[in-house]
Design a binder for this molecule. Sequence first.
Ligand code: ZN
Ligand code: ZN
Length: 415
Amino acid sequence: MPKPSPARPSLVGELDAAVREVEPRIVAIRHHLHRYPELSNREFRTAELIARHLRELDIEVRERIAHTGVLGILRGRRPGPVVAVRADMDALPVTEETDLPYRSTERAIVDGQEVGVMHACGHDVHMAVALGLATVLAPRRDRLAGTVLFVFQPCEEGAPAGETGGAWLMLNEGVFDEIRPSAIFGLHTDSEMPVGTVGYTPGPTNASSDNFRIRLVGRSAHAAWPHLGVDPIVMGAQAVLALQTIRSRTLSPYEPSVISVTKFHGGVRDNIGPDEVVLEGTVRLFDEAVRDRVEQRFHEILDGIARAAGGQYELEYIRRNPVNVNDEALLARMMPSLEAAVGRENVHQKLPWMAAEDFGWFAREVPALFLHLGTLAPGTTSGNHHTPTFRADDSAIAVGMRLLGRMVVDYVEQA
Ligand SMILES: [Zn+2]
Ligand SMILES: [Zn+2]
């Protein structure tokens, strides 16, 4: 690996001081983003703020990718590879219950219901880190090798009904067609890890997520003469239990997976057997081949139950996010950068998350590394992600900037 020549000293040496210098301004931006969160595919003011900030840094900007996505292109003046940094932009329909001075009081209508809106997954921190890194690198582009793409991605949490969005749509709209990166980095806040620590998982790091909707059709009957009908409640009960045997009897015990039935709807009163029930739920796993097998077993099991009862079934099995896979060679290559940025004792291997992450779409396109950024400050508590008491400490933002900064600079200089 060629080292940068002494005539052009590496940017690495000045990253820490540069991060300290921009930190107050970036924390203020984070507070603004947190105070004014926007839901998936509705990140209009968020996108405006990002594009304005990037333009002020004299970074090329492409807007309205996948509705509200923003791409910043920072071209270094030295030859080198292209590397992308991704930050997701959307908030969640959660009503904030923290005592933070910059807590959200925003509200929105979702499915006809008024709800609070909150950055309850820490995406405001992800955006602040990426904007901060752009703020650090842009004035130093004379000495920057290669090109850094800042990918601000909307709609990570899932599109509203009837819409598409997120990483998949950004790729579909050609976000990497103009300039293709040879690696992509992403961070996720982790409310269980202390500030200053970083977590990584080799290989699959987030489960895939699929949704299913099952309609079991029987025939209505008086509840006192159930033999005159076909009872879909019994079919549904059998289905809930039988679907669990996919995990326990079809898949290897070494294959982590979850099948959860989360809705079971049917019937109107106690003395009428209904004519149908609807079950919905989610499947999470870590291997695309296993995914095919699970969907096939759903059909076989439901077909068996429906036939035995004399009823019918319909299955919608919707594949949402793919497995998010960390590139093991890239991880090995970047490990010294992780350790240099936060200290070897603060880099921890983690179990993969059963929660999905649509960064997995990017990881299918280019070698990817997706890391966990500790956001729990000493002496504080945080609710879990997606809950009203979730909080990510400001001090994690500088850690994120140092971490991604070190990774990006090492990557482009060592190519
Ligand atoms: Zn989330
Ligand atoms: Zn998230």
